[in-house]
Design a protein around this ligand. Structure first.
Ligand code: 164
Ligand code: MG
Length: 372
């Protein structure tokens, strides 16, 4: 059964975060993103979500560059001929360099469509094995330590399986010491979003005493060489986020010893097919992976849940409950977390219904593209 996408609707949505999210590179108050709906000859819709932000802080892609790539390059390639399987899109899109988040947005919609046509939940179509997944929560930089401790307390009580806090020079060793004093046993990790350099080795080594599960992306966003040096000097396992765009990046990082853990973000690596390949390579090399978050709305969140059902997603990811981010999400039911666990939905495709009323409410503009 081929996949024959007849038209695609791109929608530019804007949703307000319940509370601002601050990292070492800035504060998010709103989330603007592109929602992709791919409709086939039978009128079945597949949904994808671009995780690019409005500004090129996290990586070089933005909402506008994603729209441009989709409109001018990726949709024409998709419309060229039908597909037998979503895995074929990687090859078809390989004539376009990088722009992984734009590629992943449409690839995700095609995977949802494919799974629906097969009457399979997306997680089964991907080869997932879990019926529930464990999740953690990522906490932005707070005004002061007391606020941070209060926020952590709340999430620990809600049952989240690990706490991730953001660090940067000056908001690191002392802060983590306080957190550890108050929560000696909580599974804890720190994400630096590239805020350090090799000159900070001593400061980063000082974190070894706190039994962190890992430190995420301490060094430059495009680096895997200095990370290998750093890993030789510290005991805390390094996890790469920003530096990983493809299976080739992972192969090289493993060879160099740049990390012991990989954060897989579907958007950053160009889609579900590449995410699965990276998962498999890491598994073969004894490297656990987990699913990162990009403050997704419901569709992106559903894709994250599906990929996390693969076996080697062995650590809790950042897929917190919809209500952690939004007053009202765009899917029904919303993603709920009980005791740090999400029950994986079994309905075909992403497993959640897209709430068109909410989508319309958040849509700033939309455009439809048809196969010629
Ligand atoms: O809750 C989430 O979706 C995860 C949030 C999170 O940690 C991140 C979101 C966006 C950019 C980064 O700061 C970051 C990360 O690096 O993992
Ligand atoms: Mg990160």
């Amino acid at each position: 059964m081929g996949i024959n996408v007849k038209y695609v609707v791109l929608r530019h949505l804007q949703m307000e975060l319940k509370s601002p999210f601050t990292t070492s590179f800035g504060t998010f108050r709103n989330k603007e993103f592109i929602l992709v709906e791919a409709i086939d000859e039978d009128g079945v819709s597949g949904w994808g979500e671009s995780v690019a932000f409005s500004s090129p802080w996290y990586n070089e892609e933005t909402v506008k560059t994603n729209w441009h790539m989709l409109e001018d390059f990726l949709l024409p390639l998709l419309f060229q001929t039908s597909l037998e399987h979503p895995d074929e899109l990687g090859q078809r899109f390989s004539v376009i360099r990088k722009n992984q988040m734009a590629k992943a947005a449409i690839e995700g919609a095609v995977w949802d469509l494919f799974a629906k046509k097969q009457q399979l939940p997306l997680h089964k179509a991907l080869g997932g094995t879990k019926s529930s997944i464990e999740v953690g929560v990522s906490i932005g930089i707070q005004k002061n330590v007391d606020d941070l401790l209060r926020v952590i307390e709340r999430y620990v009580q809600e049952g989240y399986r690990r706490i991730k806090i953001k660090i940067k020079p000056g908001w690191d060793v002392d802060i983590i010491r306080e957190v550890r004093r108050r929560f000696p046993d909580v599974p804890l990790m720190a994400d630096a979003n590239s805020a350090y350099s090799l000159q900070d080795i001593d400061r980063l080594r000082a974190l070894d005493e706190f039994q962190l599960m890992m430190i995420e992306q301490p060094l430059a966003a495009d680096d895997i060489v200095d990370h290998a040096t750093l890993q030789r000097h510290i005991n805390t396992p390094i996890c790469l986020d920003e530096s990983i765009h493809s299976i080739e990046d992972v192969r090289k990082a493993i060879q160099l010893g740049s990390c012991q853990i990989v954060n897989i973000k579907i958007g950053r690596v160009g889609g579900l097919t590449e995410a699965k390949r990276i998962h498999d390579l890491c598994q073969a090399n004894g490297i656990p992976v987990w699913c990162g978050g990009m403050l997704e709305a419901g569709v992106g969140r559903a894709h994250n849940i599906a990929i996390t059902t693969l076996e080697n997603f062995a650590m809790p990811g950042d897929t917190a409950a919809s209500s952690h981010y939004w007053e009202k999400d765009i899917i029904v039911p919303e993603v709920v977390v009980h005791n740090g666990t999400i029950v994986v939905p079994e309905a075909p495709g992403i497993g959640y219904e897209v709430d068109r009323r909410q989508v319309d409410r958040y849509t700033v503009f939309a455009k439809t593209y048809r196969a010629q």
